[in-house]
Design a protein around this ligand. Sequence first.
Ligand code: BGC
Length: 236
Amino acid sequence: MVLKDGAIRTLSVDIGGSGVKVMVLDIKGNPLTERARTETPQPATPETVINVIAGLAATQGEYHRVSVGFPGVVRGGIIGTAVNLTPEWVGFDLATALSKRLHQPVRVINDADMQGLGAISGKGVELVVTLGTGFGSALFVNGKLVPNLEMGHHPFRKAETYEEQLRRATLEKIGKEKWNRRLQRAIASLEHLFNYDYLYIGGGEANKVSIELPLNVKIIPNVTGLLGGIALWKDE
Ligand code: BGC
């Protein structure tokens, strides 16, 4: 099939610990379809998740390439870690397997990295954190990604990691007020560590943030995780 560049459609996929989301983007990254979502299957193995993606993709009409945000370390399309899914993912070549299933080229990166690509300005040091099933993080220097930053699994306080202290399960356990106070401490700690110019807060629970934020800290909508998918093909 010969396509004019302008007609190329990208299927963007966001694999989360609680939901799998998809949307088709035009060549400029604008949405062409409504976001579709299915609960993440349990157990979330490569097989069950690929089945869910294929089911969602079938509702999205035509697309010619696929971008995937995955909740773990990803190198060259291969999964390195998947702490909130199942152990079968480690070493799994998601790009190749999904490409065989959907019959289109597939590129995969970390979910927070993909969300960041949809949010950043491209100037200075920009940090992105995502609040959801896990705690995601992404770092950019003048728009260039430092891939697979995993702040979530680093100690934060009381011998717990950022993820243990701030993930959705903890929010549900300790309530919004306490969670927001913790988030405020986390922001202060990340500010001292990274000295970022901008911090973006995304993920499914970002809408629960109620603390007053400094001017250089922005809440970004969760759909940014899908919009970032266009950036995976900017070399084409
Ligand atoms: C994973 C990260 C991911 C984050 C958000 C963490 O548990 O280690 O790679 O970005 O969850 O999904």
